[in-house]
Every structure is written in C-alpha cells, then in structure tokens.
Write a protein that binds this ligand. Structure first.
Ligand SMILES: O=C1C[C@@](O)(C(=O)O)C[C@@H](O)[C@@H]1O
Length: 256
C-alpha cells in the first residue's frame, strides 16, 4: 500500500489538507493579559497556541486547568494548542522531565485543549507518557524541536522528523535558525524530502529570524501544513503579522 499523510482534524479545522493552517500564539503572563490577547486574535487565527511557559502560575496545575478552561470558553470553538516551551528549546521555563510530563498531561486531560506540544527530545518515558495520555483523551500530539543556534544538515532534520513520527506524533514540527540563505534552503529541502518520501503525518517546519520569513510564507509549497503568525507579540523570531500572512498565503494558494 502507498504511503498517505493522515490529516489532523481539530474542531472545524483540518491540518494537512487544503490551505495552510495559521496558528497564532498568546503569551500573556496573567489571565487579564491573556483575555486581551485572545480578544485581539479572534477571527485571525485558525488555531490559537497558549504558551503556558509564559504563564505566571505554570507550576500550579489547578491554575493551569482553570486558565485553559477560560481560554477555551473565550475561543468559542477555535482549537487550542497548549505548549510548555522549556528554556532548552528557547522557552521561558526550566523544568525537569517529570514535572514537564505532569504539566503536559494535566493540559491534555483538561478537556479544554485540542492539541499539546511535546518536545520530543525530552526523556523518552516522559514523552511516551504524554503521548499515551493525550491519545487516550483524543488530544492530538504536536512533537517539536527547536534549534536556536543554527540549522542542522538536511539529513539530520529529516531524521528528527522521522523520530517524532515513530514516537506516535500526530504532527511533526521543527524550527531552526538560519545563518545564511543556504540554511533556509536546507530547511525547505529537508521539508520537501520528508514530505515526499517519509511523512505519514502533517509537518510544520520553519526557518526562524528575518532570513527565514520566506519559509513561513512559502512552506506549504514544500510540504509544511501550518505556519505561525503573530497578533501584537511574537513568540519566536521572524513571525509576521497574522493578517499579512493570511493575505500572502491567499496569493500563493490562488497561484497554485
Ligand atoms: O514551535 C513553535 C514555533 C515557533 O517557535 C515559531 O518559530 O514560530 C513559535 C512557538 O510559539 C511554537 O511553539
């Protein structure tokens, strides 16, 4: 049987089919700021990412559950991706593997989130525990990896994406930092090879920073199913305004 890519359906959104999905992060430290950010994002995002690592009470599971319920209610059906980005991968929180798994499982089991981000390079048993808990609740797993120092060789990028897939991820995501235009091409070429030869799951790939913006706009041409845009505050270097992103994506979509 031929290889097929299984799209991910979350509420009314299908990731991996049709136009690329626009994901917009919210990074507020308090419930008040998050409420304002979600209000500003309304109608501009296909999926909203809550960067839990910015939250002032990320170590308090009850507060995290209450906040995810508040976000879900305000979002009125727009899917929510919960991400705890650790300092090893460019995030705001330093946390050991067990605490990381406990927090991410609590998010997956909250009943409020549709997808959870899992840094696949963390301890294997922690990752497996999160994947099992998420899947038991029908929550999709976005395995992720960030390289803020540079762009690994193409084969290494493909290998990481394949490892994520082997761990049971529903979506495989990698963000790398370019030092040259050649690095941007490396990321796009790795995306294309993964998409054409190995992927059974949707991919999200990006080259960060100013040089990499082209990958956030044109990634779908090479096999990336979603792209991160910002409303107000970026959560990583190189994100562009979500409305501008949408209009450029529409131009490319019409052309294709
Ligand atoms: O993994 C990603 C991708 C990202 O780092 C970006 O480069 O757009 C932004 C993060 O918020 C998200 O969790």
């Amino acid at each position: 049987m031929g290889r097929t890519i299984t799209p991910v359906r979350v509420a009314d959104v299908t990731i991996g089919e049709g136009a690329p999905t626009i994901i917009v992060p919210v990074t507020g430290r308090t419930p008040e700021v998050l409420r304002e950010q979600v209000a500003a994002v309304a109608g501009r995002a296909d999926v909203v990412e809550w960067r839990v690592d910015f939250f002032h009470a990320a170590d308090d599971h009850d507060a995290v559950r209450a906040q995810s319920a508040a976000l879900a209610e305000q979002l009125q059906g727009t899917p929510l991706l919960a991400t705890c980005r650790t300092s090893d991968e460019g995030g705001e929180i330093e946390i050991d593997d067990d605490a990381y798994a406990d927090l991410t499982v609590a998010l997956a089991e909250s009943g409020s989130v549709h997808l959870v981000d899992v840094e696949y390079r963390r301890d294997r048993s922690a990752v497996e525990r999160i994947v099992a808990a998420a899947h038991a609740r029908g929550v999709a797993v976005v395995a992720s990896n960030h390289d803020f120092d540079g762009t690994p060789p193409k084969d290494e990028i493909v290998a990481r994406l394949r490892q994520m897939q082997d761990l049971g991820a529903d979506i495989c995501k990698i963000a790398v930092m370019p030092r040259s235009t050649g690095d941007v091409l490396t990321l796009l070429d790795a995306t294309r090879t993964m998409h054409e030869e190995y992927a059974e799951r949707p991919l999200i790939t990006m080259s960060m920073g100013g040089l990499g913006v082209v990958s956030r706009i044109a990634g779908q041409v090479f096999g990336s199913a979603a792209t991160f845009g910002m409303v107000g505050t970026a959560s990583a270097p190189g994100q562009i305004d979500a409305d501008e992103l949408r209009s450029v994506l529409e131009v490319l979509h019409r052309a294709g």
